[in-house]
Design a protein around this ligand. Structure first.
Ligand code: ADP
Ligand code: MG
Length: 725
């Protein structure tokens, strides 16, 4: 095994960076060339068909059979001209990755001849044999099948020789079996609620889209080194590994020069992204060695979610060409930073206004404040649900564990906004006298100019205002953003609906519109104050302070997931037509199952590695030391010169013995958990009892790594994984 380790290190050190060439120097020459977007549609559809499809896309309305046939045929012609032979409905089952089943375009006719075909019906709907996708019991009790249906708001695209058609995945009884269906409903809900509120300010607003720019953090490790680590292969993270002498303490990696081999990889996957019309723009090193980030320009949420999944897919594929493996896991390495996916989020109108962008005009500022305060209120009222939306076994290593962000949901708004809200709060109920300057009286005649171009940065907050958008930072690196986005947009919709009701009630009582708005905003600020926190989110003081404020700090995933099925959560999803109770329960169960399986696999990998790799290696080295001591004694070397070696032998014995006992006990804990019927209880047992052994086992293994001869150590070490590029 150690032999394999050195071979891997050798291989990793002798890589030659592959040549990367773009189709053209100008990205605009080939940007989106593999997408059947507006341009391709305009080219391949009649003017009339194009108009109809654009309308359907804009309004989310249905496409009739004839039109579907026309679009399908155009899509096929376009795709075949690019060498495409197959098509697939591309969807997002609750497994966390994307799914596809490829069908060939060609069809055998009754006379035996073969013809390329793609009918509208095949574009619009398909029935993948999806019985093995997780469904939380929905499909087993009703229909055994689900179907995928085209989502025209996200354009079809080509990957390799396959035309991929973005779809939603639902059961025959209509329940959502994927991430996308509820997301689309949440987006529709926030659209409607925000448009209604916008009417106070501008009658021309007819549509509000939520926008998302997800910053993707990731690690790169050499493929040969990766293949030497069964834990990385099976769980995406290292379950063992002693910290290298040099980790991230010098902070010399962040924004440093990107290594040549990594840069070639980045350029390569970016080119693939451009072909798919994905606007990846920023690339840089991240805090930890071997960690990087890529961020696209924001897009409408649905598209941004699809694009983020595609980016992860592309990054994975392109990594092969460069003999890299890309890790999206939230915590691949202990002792250094993990990976998140900051969800930058805002709301934009059809009139081109960013509703979370402050302005220098008083009237626009009232609109900005309205949406700003409503976000604060939404997060305050539904912080539990937001916490649940980011819960996973991987993210558990970040949230509330040794690193950022904490499991306590709070909002950072920056000192400027904090004083704006304070001012507003202090005002008391506003009454306007005749002839008074309303905006001045309301205290919203000016926004501090500094806010317009800058905000403080607080890297420790899970949810931060960053000048013209909020950044939900606690989302995990490997997550599908849809979960977080479904919750955030649903609670925003609900809050805006309540807000409008309250303002309308005051207006009906004769209050001036602006005064009514400000008075309700004031009330919301008062009611949501506890969620605002400007300090260090990682500190122990904050934990104490949060507790005083009544904010929850739930570090365990199974317990955080409980919030999904609380009455308040079910109500907000049902009321806004995002998910019904059955769907929520199904999802809850799937998430618990996912959690259990992941911890189960990690626990098994740990057990295997300890028994088959670590203990034998340690014992072998221990025997060498024993031989050494015996040898020394046999030639008459005094006892005192063997004392330290004997102590080492003893230490190894102690760790080995401890490991054997702990692995045995952990296996028993798994058995006990597996025999527990209730899925929630089982997940809690996995969290508390099975996972409870992880740190202890790891500690002993990492200590042995320091004691045993480097020549014998079977697993590629951290310094090799992190520093060889
Ligand atoms: P930082 O690392 O400072 O947070 P980045 O430039 O890496 O900044 O990421 C900012 C992200 O926020 C980008 O994806 C950007 O497109 C996105 N963004 C900017 N404006 C909006 C907006 N109105 N809605 C959603 N996302 C936005
Ligand atoms: Mg950011």
């Amino acid at each position: 095994m150690a032999n394999l380790r050195f071979k891997a290190v050798d291989q990793a050190q002798s890589r030659i960076t592959p040549e990367v060439t773009a189709p053209s120097v100008k990205v605009s020459d080939y940007y989106g060339c593999n997408v059947f977007g507006m341009d391709a549609m305009r080219q391949h559809l009649s003017a009339e068909a194009f108009k109809k499809v654009s309308y359907a896309i804009k309004t989310g309305s249905k496409i009739d059979e004839d039109l579907a046939d026309v679009v399908a045929s155009a899509m096929k012609t376009w795709a075949m001209s690019k060498g495409v032979t197959h098509y697939t409905h591309w969807f997002q089952p609750l497994t966390g990755s994307t799914a596809e089943k490829h069908d060939a375009f060609f069809d055998v006719q009754s006379d035996g001849s073969v013809l390329e075909k793609f009918k509208g019906s095949a574009l619009v709907q398909q029935e993948p044999d999806a019985s093995s996708f997780p469904n939380g019991g929905i499909r087993s009790t009703f229909e055994a099948r689900g179907y995928t249906a085209w989502d025209p708001t996200s354009p079809a695209f080509i990957v390799d020789q396959t035309l991929c058609i973005p779809t939603v995945f639902v059961s025959y009884t209509g329940e959502a079996l994927d991430y996308k269906a509820p997301l689309l409903k949440a987006l529709a809900a926030v659209d409607k609620a925000a448009v209604d509120v916008c009417q106070y300010f501008d009658r021309d607003v007819t549509r509000v889209v939520a926008t998302l720019g997800p910053e993707q953090e990731y690690f790169l490790v050499d493929r040969a080194l990766f293949m030497n680590r069964p834990d990385l292969i099976m769980t995406g993270r290292t379950v063992f590994g002693h910290s290298p002498a040099k980790g991230q303490q010098l902070e010399d990696h962040y924004f440093g020069t990107i290594p040549q081999r990594v840069e070639a990889y980045m350029r390569d996957f970016e080119i693939e992204c451009y072909k798919l019309g994905i606007p990846v723009r920023t690339r840089h090193n991240e805090v930890a060695p071997g960690q990087f980030e890529c961020a696209p320009t924001f897009e409408e949420v649905n598209l941004a979610v699809d694009h983020n999944l595609l980016v992860m897919d592309i990054m994975d594929k392109v990594a092969d060409r460069h003999n890299f493996k890309v890790l999206f896991h939230e915590k691949p390495f202990a002792g250094i930073n993990g990976s998140g996916k900051h969800n930058n989020w805002s709301l934009g109108t059809n009139t081109g206004v960013n509703l979370l962008g402050p302005s220098s005009r008083p009237k626009e500022n009232l609109r900005f404040l309205t949406f700003f305060v409503n976000v604060v209120k939404a997060v305050h009222d539904y912080s539990d649900l937001l916490r649940a939306s980011i819960g996973s076994s991987g993210n558990e290593h970040r949230l509330g564990a040794n690193e950022a962000p904490p499991a306590i949901v709070s909002i950072f708004i920056g000192s400027q906004m904090a004083s704006v809200l304070d001012e507003l709060d202090k005002k008391g109920n506003v009454k306007l006298d005749k002839g008074e300057n309303m905006y001045m009286k309301l205290g919203i005649d000016k926004i501090p100019p500094i806010l317009l171009d800058n905000t403080d940065r607080n890297r420790t907050s899970p949810f931060a205002f960053t000048g013209n958008k909020f950044e939900f930072r606690a989302v995990g690196g490997s997550a599908n953003c849809a979960n977080a986005m479904t919750v955030l947009n649903t609670i925003m919709a609900e809050t805006l609906i309540q807000f409008k009701k309250e303002v309308d009630a005051l207006i009906t009582k004769g209050e001036k519109k602006e005064v009514a708005i400000v008075n309700v905003l004031r009330k919301y600020i008062k009611a949501s104050k506890t969620i605002l926190f400007e300090g260090n989110g990682y500190s122990d003081e904050w934990k104490k302070e949060a507790e005083k404020r009544g904010l929850k700090n739930v570090a365990s995933t199974p317990e955080a997931l409980d919030f999904y099925v609380e009455k308040k959560a079910i109500q907000v999803f049902e009321k806004n037509n995002v998910m019904n109770e059955r769907e929520i329960h199904a999802r809850h169960e799937i998430m618990l199952e996912n959690y259990i399986k992941k911890i189960q696999i990690e626990s098994r990998v740990m057990g295997d590695l300890v028994l088959n790799h670590i203990v034998p290696t340690a014992v072998k080295y221990q025997n060498v030391l024993v031989g050494n001591v015996q040898g020394l004694k046999s030639v008459g070397i005094k006892g005192k010169y063997t004392e330290n070696t004997v102590a080492t032998i003893e230490k190894i014995a102690e760790y080995v013995d401890g490991l054997l006992a702990d692995v045995e006990e952990m296996t028993e804990a798994r058995k006990k958990a597996n025999n527990t019927e209730d899925v929630r209880e089982r997940a809690i047992l996995y969290n508390k009892e099975v996972k409870g052994f992880f740190d202890k086992i790891r500690y002993a293994v990492d200590k042995l790594e320091l004691l045993v001869d480097d020549e014998d150590w079977p697993l590629v070490k951290y310094r090799e994984l992190l520093l060889i590029k």
